[in-house]
Write a protein that binds this ligand. Structure first.
Ligand SMILES: Cc1cc2nc3c(=O)[nH]c(=O)nc-3n(C[C@H](O)[C@H](O)[C@H](O)COP(=O)(O)OP(=O)(O)OC[C@H]3O[C@@H](n4cnc5c(N)ncnc54)[C@H](O)[C@@H]3O)c2cc1C
Length: 336
């Protein structure tokens, strides 16, 4: 069996975050001789987290230069640990950091890379990767003969590794001098409260174009709509999705919801989020939109129109009601 390397970047406190713990089981599933490689400012807490995983070696490259994502240092570190492990298969979590650096490392080592893998398995004794193609319409299982084979596995596909921590003996590798032209001066990220896309949320709250249309009094109430939607997102810690009509109108200078961008769009030409529950409001439920809901387990919708697409078999429950009234009331209950 091929030698396996599990490669992950550590958090500022030196530990591994959930996405990495969700990808380690993919490496364990192959059953080959396993080496763990950790890269970051510090790595001992992560090695101790994985002490009982059955790895024969723990390699680390650590230091302040590896605290932040930067191509030059990340690629040099990954190249060093991949060579030291002599692994044929390198499995890493599909984080932005590994997605930026590992394909280049595969090239340097005359290997190959597959990204967005959802599973790793053995087919006739050979490692195989499962991934989706063509916007998640076709699933393929593929094997390759090139080595080393870098496989970036999406988080959320395996139950996170939970064995008890211990104390691991870590081999710290020296890194050859790396020429860097990039200095990381800090990270600009939105406040947690401004963040509307929350992949981990239990609820996907979808807003459709109806929120910015004339209501029963003949007027548009986009300001109140935005307040109600943000209130719901905040109170339920939900993730925000939008229909194409709504996100397009936001870009066309019509009555807009400022919190809505094309990143929120759900559907055929948008995202296919995975949340246990979804609630669509003021959204008609047309097929190109609903096709983006296929991984949402429980679907509910609020619409004034008893003939909307949701009512025709696309939702588990449809409330025929004014979404302004419903969300206003739900927000009041959540506040209590
Ligand atoms: C090739 C192609 C790709 C597409 N891809 C996508 C995609 O990825 N995602 C996507 O979303 N669409 C996509 N579409 C567009 C899709 O077909 C629909 O046009 C779009 O989803 C409609 O958006 P909507 O339901 O928000 O708006 P509308 O169709 O305008 O519906 C608004 C709804 O709000 C309801 N409403 C209004 N006021 C209230 C109220 N107070 N309370 C409750 N309900 C209210 C109305 O009854 C109505 O049902 C695509 C279309 C094509 C042709």
């Amino acid at each position: 069996m091929d030698k396996i390397l599990f490669l992950a970047h550590t958090e500022p406190d030196g530990s591994l975050a959930k996405p990495a713990l969700e990808v380690l089981p993919a490496a364990l599933a192959l059953g080959g001789e396993l080496t763990v490689a950790l890269i970051g400012a510090s790595t001992q807490p992560a090695a101790d987290q994985l002490a009982a995983c059955g790895a024969v070696r723990f390699l680390a490259i650590e230091g302040a230069a590896f605290a932040d994502s930067r191509y030059a240092t990340d690629a040099a570190a990954a190249e060093t640990v991949a060579k030291a492990s002599a692994a044929a298969i390198v499995i890493a979590p599909h984080t932005p950091r590994s997605a930026r650096s590992l394909p280049g490392v595969a090239g340097r080592l005359n290997g190959t890379v597959d990204t967005h893998a959802t599973a790793v398995s053995l087919v006739n004794g050979a490692p195989a990767v499962t991934r989706w193609f063509y916007r998640q319409r076709m699933e393929a299982v593929l094997t390759r003969t090139e080595r080393p084979w870098f496989i970036l596995v999406e988080c959320g596909n395996y139950a996170a590794y939970t064995r008890a921590p211990g104390s691991a003996i870590v081999e710290r590798l020296a890194l050859p001098d790396v020429v860097t032209r990039t200095t990381v001066t800090g990270i600009h990220a939105p406040q947690a409260d401004e963040q509307t896309i929350r992949p981990e949320a239990k609820l996907l709250f979808v807003a459709g174009a109806g929120w910015t249309k004339k209501q029963s009094d003949g007027a548009v109430h986009a300001g109140e709509a935005e307040q109600l939607i943000l209130g719901m997102l905040h109170a339920a810690q939900a993730s925000l999705g939008g229909s194409k009509s709504l996100v397009d109108s936001t870009g066309e200078g019509q009555a807009v919801l400022k919190c809505m961008t094309h990143l929120n769009q759900v559907g055929q030409t948008g995202a296919t989020p995975r949340h246990p529950k979804g609630l669509a409001t003021c959204c008609h439920g047309e097929e190109p939109h609903v096709v983006g809901w296929r991984f949402i387990n429980q679907r509910r919708a609020v619409n004034l129109d008893p003939n909307c697409g949701w009512a025709r078999g696309k939702a588990d429950v449809v409330y025929i009601a004014d979404a302004f009234e419903v969300v206003r009331h739900v927000n009041r209950l959540l506040a209590e």
